[in-house]
Design a protein around this ligand. Structure first.
Ligand code: ADP
Length: 454
């Protein structure tokens, strides 16, 4: 089957929908290809929190913030391996992107903020229900309203170029037929990262092998990176692969129970009952610290107050039930009881909690400098989960410029090809800070869509 469109977007995650919606609203004829049976990608299964400097909730809480400060946090969190120009674009466009999702796409944001590791201030918006479902459901509805077709079960396999190296189309495999899509304007790559592709992980970073589980969608296999490389694209930062510290030890799925940590309510200990890392530290730092502990795992505790304030039952009931059923979560009236369940040293654990509560009173944590301690761990019952780190985000990918155009190995623009989202590299350096993915994919998805439609 052969079809011609102005723009073909490859990958129906958050970046792809943002690009397609903008392109269509600018008047282009757009189609989205999605290789899995359902759209959403990693965006759908993420918490989808969104870092937006100087947002409306910060204003209410009197938190001073600005894009420059967010850019600084991104560079520091990425060990300055980020491209500062791309960082600036994300930081400057983040708030506008959040408002666009709210006002144009219809995303509802909760009325409070989360404090993510590595950020200097609390600046992260939470979508309704604290999950990417809110983002994807609303984007899908908007795409439908605009008449954007999404072809599922249709993986793109190859970019088509003309004699000058310009991208002029894409080949794809549908369930019933093979497609050749010709493009009048551009192809936009929004295929996500490669966290689920073990061979590709090992190629670029041999340490991230089959022994490490992954939080990613099965669709995150780096297809867009491979396709772009075949038409000459430069790749950057491919060795930087992030693990998320708090995941299911059985499957690698990211545990939303961890929301309690991001509200500041939890304490993390090892089998010996001792703290070993700042609970609001960078994801890579926390992950490496957890890997170094007995059994390569950690235990996270929250008390009844923190449990309620983090809305765990309200937002994540299915996960809570799963955790109980699989003996990964215990609830108990005393620290001894929850410690014994996981065979954690209960004497030390009790001491650790007593000390932590003193730090909360003093407003200062002399051991790990935890940056936010809104509550003590004191009110029974107590809840403890067991967790391990798992692959979460691949920072590396296709090199782009500030217009979201893909750059080749000679530093020149590849005409007709744009990329946005996790498929791109250079924006987060060695380490993406939590809640910056949504800002990145929204800002660059929109830029790609707008520019491609010109
Ligand atoms: P981002 O956060 O950058 O938007 P996501 O992981 O949310 O990334 O979305 C990427 C989407 O691209 C996923 O839905 C994934 O299944 C899809 N995808 C990956 N490879 C292909 C491909 N070859 N053809 C079509 N869709 C693809």
């Amino acid at each position: 089957v052969e079809e011609t469109h102005d723009i073909v977007v490859i990958g129906a995650g958050g970046a792809g929908f943002s690009a397609a919606i903008e392109a269509k609203m600018a008047g282009a004829d757009v189609i989205i290809l999605e290789k899995l049976p359902v759209p959403g990608g990693n965006t759908l299964i993420s918490g989808a929190e969104y870092a937006a400097p100087a947002n409306w909730l910060q204003e209410k809480e009197n938190i001073k913030d600005n894009p420059e400060q967010m850019a600084e946090d991104m560079l520091k969190g990425g060990d300055n391996k980020n491209d500062p120009e791309l960082v600036k674009v994300v930081a400057n466009g983040a708030l506008d992107g959040a408002k666009w999702l709210r006002d144009v796409v219809g995303v509802e944001w909760e009325n409070e903020l989360m404090f993510f590791g590595g950020h200097s201030v609390k600046r992260s918006l939470i979508p309704k229900g604290a999950s990417g479902q809110e983002i994807i459901v609303k984007q899908q509805a908007k795409a439908k309203e605009l008449g954007i077709k999404v072809l599922c079960n249709t993986p793109a396999t190859e970019l088509i170029t003309d004699e000058n190296g310009k991208v002029v189309g894409v080949k794809a495999e549908g369930p019933d037929a093979n497609y050749t899509f010709k493009t009048n304007k551009a192809v936009i790559l929004t295929t996500g990262g490669f966290g689920s592709n073990i061979e590709m992980r090992k190629k670029y970073n041999p340490e991230i092998d089959e022994n490490i589980l992954s939080t990613n969608s099965v669709g995150s296999t780096g297809d867009g990176i491979v396709m772009a490389e075949k038409v000459g694209a430069e790749l950057v930062g491919m060795e930087y692969i992030q693990t998320y510290p708090i995941c299911d030890p059985l499957t690698g799925t990211l545990l939303y129970f961890d929301d309690a940590r991001l509200y500041g309510h939890t304490v993390i200990v090892n089998k010996e009952g001792k703290r070993f890392v700042e609970e609001l530290g960078r994801r890579d730092v926390m992950s490496m610290a957890i890997k170094a502990q007995t059994d390569h795992c950690c235990y996270e505790i929250v008390d009844q107050n923190g449990y309620e304030q983090s809305k765990l039952e309200e937002n994540h009931a299915a996960e809570i039930k799963y955790l109980y059923d699989n003996k990964l979560l215990v609830k108990g009236d005393t620290i001894e009881e929850v410690a014994d369940f996981f065979k954690i040293d209960s004497t030390e654990f009790k001491k650790t909690i007593e000390n932590y509560n003193k730090y909360v009173d003093a407003g200062k944590d002399p051991e790990f400098n935890k940056r936010s301690m809104p509550s003590k761990v004191e009110k029974a019952p107590f809840y403890v989960i067991k967790a391990v780190p798992a692959v979460h985000h691949t920072m590396g990918g296709v090199k782009i410029n500030t217009n979201a155009q893909v750059i080749n190995k000679d530093g020149k623009v590849i005409e007709g090809l744009y990329a946005a989202g996790e498929v791109t590299g250079g924006i987060h350096g060695t380490n993406r800070l939590g809640s910056n993915a949504l800002a990145d994919i929204t800002v660059f998805g929109r830029i790609a869509g707008c520019n491609a439609s010109k």
